[in-house]
Design a protein around this ligand. Structure first.
Ligand code: FE2
Ligand code: FE2
Length: 437
């Protein structure tokens, strides 16, 4: 075991062995019950960081420990790292301060289940190690065993840890180790508490494993999104792909703004939500290039074909279970707020919010970049003028306002330009209805 930084920690002063709970502390049965209740919903939490922070927080708070932390196996780096740590100032071990190789004595000790020979619960308690080392029979045991005990004991003292609780998943797979500092009232951990910690570790491992699997599935999904983006890049590297990238960046900023405003957004991972906006035009790969790149006006027949792209794109995702919301954002991104859009003529809030966001950003991006049918883009000021004009007709007025705020914050639109736009009474006559595609 080695610290990631230089060694700094010293063992706390001598403890006073005491029994029973001191004033203000919860008894074992009290904290056991409240921890059990608190852990019931743990499996539902899919954010690993949040989950392990919660586990450590609950233990420190309920058991009233000076500090605690979780050493978790990092599958990419192939070592165990202190992922979360909490406790009193001066006692808490800094996050990532401890890094342990997978072949470290402690890890090997836990993996070979030698910990069960020290305490039947499987928890390694500092007192048990000290008692064992005092006993004569330890000398007759294999030498390596004694050396391991000494090493683990020294590290526990170094990190001011009273108990180490292993978290196994499957037979010999050690997912992590819970570090428990001493109790604030200096009482020792009793045997029934150790049994309880092992049960708690089992629940925590299940929850962490669940969250890790979920994260892996997400990773695979985002890999698929990247693959789809690549297929679009091959099809149209000049217009659609750069347009998608700009949409993603603007969507991230706008969604952040909406979050701060308390706007209720779909209950889906944020990256997935943004990816849906990113992929809004994926169906255009089925639109003939003669239509996409046509410089002049589109014929009625051309429009019929072009208007298929939202449905073509949505159908890709409708095949995948659980991605109906993604499909809906793609399907409805060409709808208009007043119900005159396509493919279904949905109106107002009936249009999914992700599709309404895509519509605002799409309109802005279409105006501010060159298109085959319009070589010279609008200025930012003119484009914003047009957005304001399209409030309540083509676009959701609240989303337009939020987006203009983003443009101001980013310095893309200047305050003085907005003042000029808003005081311009001839705005209605300046622009014809924008038809973007
Ligand atoms: Fe589109
Ligand atoms: Fe678009």
């Amino acid at each position: 075991m080695r610290p990631a930084k230089s060694k700094i920690r010293k063992r706390a002063p001598k403890r006073r062995p005491a029994r029973g709970s001191s004033k203000g502390s919860l008894s074992f049965s009290e904290y056991k019950r409240s921890l059990e209740l608190a852990t019931e919903g743990m499996v539902e939490i899919l954010d690993i960081e949040k989950l392990i922070r919660l586990i450590v927080y609950m233990i420190v708070k309920k058991v009233k420990l000076v500090h605690a932390g979780i050493l978790l196996y990092d599958e990419t780096k192939k070592f165990y790292v202190l992922s979360t740590s909490r406790g009193r100032k001066g006692s808490v071990i800094p996050r990532e301060y401890i890094r342990i190789e997978a072949d470290d004595v402690l890890i090997k000790f836990f993996k070979s289940r030698k910990n069960y020979s020290i305490n039947k619960s499987g928890v390694i308690r500092l007192d048990d190690l000290n008692n064992l080392l005092k006993r004569k029979e330890i000398g007759s045991k294999e030498k390596n065993f004694k050396l391991s005990i000494i090493k683990i004991r020294d590290e526990m003292i170094n990190y001011d840890v009273d108990a180490l609780v292993p978290g196994y998943f499957q037979k010999d797979n050690l997912l992590g180790v819970l570090f428990l500092g001493r109790k604030a009232n200096r009482n020792k951990f009793h045997q029934d508490e150790l049994d309880f910690f092992m049960a708690l570790a089992r629940t925590a491992v299940m929850a962490i494993r669940n969250a890790q699997l979920y994260k892996n599935i997400q990773k695979i999904f985002f890999g698929v999104i990247q693959a789809m983006a690549l297929s679009i890049e091959k099809f149209d590297p000049d217009f659609i792909r750069p347009h998608m990238d700009r949409m993603f960046k603007m969507a991230a900023r706008l969604v952040e703004k909406l979050d701060k405003r308390g706007v209720v957004l779909p209950d889906m991972p944020r990256e997935l939500f943004l990816s849906s906006i990113f992929l809004h035009d994926i169906g255009k790969q089925y639109t003939p290039k003669e239509i996409l790149y046509k410089e002049g006006r589109l014929t009625d027949e051309d429009w019929v074909i072009l208007k298929k792209h939202p449905v073509d794109g949505a159908e890709i995702f409708e095949q995948i279970d659980g991605l109906q919301e993604v499909a809906a954002i793609i399907r409805y991104h060409q709808e208009r707020y007043d119900g005159t859009g396509y493919p279904e003529g949905l109106k107002g809030d009936k249009i999914p919010v992700g599709a309404r966001i895509a519509s605002v950003l799409d309109t802005f991006d279409a105006m501010t970049n060159a298109r085959p049918y319009r070589k010279i883009p609008f200025t930012i000021k003119d484009a914003v003028k047009e957005l304001i004009k399209a409030k309540s007709t083509q676009l959701d007025p609240n989303l337009v306002d939020a987006f203009i705020e983003v443009l101001l914050e980013e310095g893309i639109l200047l305050d003085v330009e907005l003042k000029e736009i808003c005081s311009d009474s001839s705005i209605e006559r300046l622009f014809n209805n924008l038809v973007y595609r």
